[in-house]
Design a protein around this ligand. Structure first.
Ligand SMILES: NC(=O)c1ccc[n+]([C@@H]2O[C@H](COP(=O)([O-])OP(=O)(O)OC[C@H]3O[C@@H](n4cnc5c(N)ncnc54)[C@H](OP(=O)(O)O)[C@@H]3O)[C@@H](O)[C@H]2O)c1
Length: 243
C-alpha cells in the first residue's frame, strides 16, 4: 500500500490528545483531513485543545484507568481507523532502591493499565486497514537514571507490539519511543531546574537539542501513513539512546 498522504474522512482517536505529544499528533491528523476525537480526563484542557486544533475535532472526557468507562466509551463508537495512545499518568522517578514498590505499582496504574485498556477495547472497533500507535519512552531502550520504573512500564508495553501486529493483522500496530520532549508533563518542575535539565540533555544528545512534541508527532504520523510499517519500535530521541 502506498504512503497515505491524505487521511481525509478517516476516524482517528488520540488518547491524551489535550496536551503535549498527543495534541501535536492530533494536529497533524487534522491537517491530513482525519476526523479526530481527543480524549483526556479534564474537560477544560480538552476544550482549550479543541480551540487550538481547528478542523473536524470532537472531545471526550474519559479516564482510561477506569476500564468500565473505557469499555462503554469504545462500545459506543463507530469503527475507528487510527488509535493513538499518548497519555501520561504520572511516574515515580528516583533511584531504584528509594522508590517504594508501591510507587512502581502506581506507575503501572498511571500508564501501563490505561494503555492496555485503550488498546484492548480500541482494537475491537478498529477497521481492517486501521492502526494502533502507542507512545512509550526511551527509558525502556536506554539507561535513563532514576527512571527504571518507567522503563519497566514502557518495556512491558513495547513487549506487546510485535505479537499484536501479527495477531491483529492486517491492522498495524507500532510504538514510538521519544526521548526527553518539551511538554506540559514537565511543567510541575520549577522553571530553573527544568531549563537546566533540558540544557544538560541537549548538550549530550547527538541532534544537539531536546525533542519538541511535533518531532514525536511526525514519527507517529509515519507509523500511521506508511502502510508497510508494522510491529516496529521507532525511536525519536535525537540519537540520545546511543550515547
Ligand atoms: N515528555 C517527555 O519528555 C516524554 C519522554 C518519553 C516518553 N513520553 C511519553 O509520552 C506520552 C505523552 O507524554 P506528554 O509529555 O505528551 O504528556 P502531557 O503533555 O502531560 O499530556 C498527557 C495527556 O494525557 C492525558 N491523560 C493522562 N492520564 C490520562 C488517563 N488516565 N486517561 C485519559 N487521558 C489521560 C492528559 O490529560 P488529563 O490530565 O486532562 O487527563 C494529557 O492530555 C507519555 O506516555 C509519556 O510517558 C514523554
Amino acid at each position: 500500500m502506498p504512503l497515505a498522504t491524505s487521511l481525509t474522512g478517516q476516524a482517528a482517536l488520540v488518547v491524551g490528545g489535550s496536551s503535549g505529544i498527543g495534541l501535536a499528533a492530533a494536529q497533524l491528523l487534522v491537517n491530513r483531513g482525519a476526523i479526530v476525537t481527543i480524549v483526556g480526563r479534564t474537560e477544560e484542557r480538552l476544550e482549550k485543545a479543541k480551540g487550538a486544533l481547528g478542523g473536524a475535532v470532537s472531545t471526550a472526557v474519559m479516564d482510561c484507568a477506569d476500564e468500565a468507562a473505557a469499555a462503554a466509551f469504545f462500545e459506543g463508537l463507530p469503527a475507528l481507523d487510527h488509535l493513538v495512545i499518548s497519555l501520561a499518568g504520572g511516574a515515580s522517578l528516583g533511584p531504584f532502591t528509594e522508590v517504594p514498590v508501591q510507587g512502581v505499582r502506581d506507575t503501572f496504574d498511571g500508564k501501563f493499565w490505561p494503555y492496555l485498556i485503550a488498546m484492548h477495547h480500541g482494537a475491537k472497533i478498529l477497521s481492517e486497514q486501521g492502526t494502533i500507535t502507542i507512545v512509550t519512552g526511551a527509558s525502556a531502550i536506554a539507561a535513563v537514571p532514576q527512571a527504571s520504573c518507567l522503563g519497566a512500564v514502557n518495556g512491558a508495553l513495547e513487549g506487546m507490539v510485535k505479537t499484536l501486529s501479527v495477531e491483529l493483522a492486517p491492522r498495524r500496530v507500532n510504538a514510538v519511543s521519544p526521548g526527553l520532549t518539551d511538554t506540559e508533563a514537565w511543567s510541575r518542575i520549577p522553571d530553573d531546574i527544568r531549563e537546566g535539565m533540558y540544557a544538560q540533555s541537549a548538550a549530550s544528545t547527538p541532534a544537539g537539542r531536546i525533542g519538541q512534541p511535533e518531532d514525536v508527532a511526525e514519527a507517529v504520523l509515519a507509523c500511521i501513513q506508511n502502510g508497510f510499517l508494522t510491529g516496529i519500535l521507532l525511536p525519536c530521541d535525537g540519537g540520545k539512546r546511543l550515547v
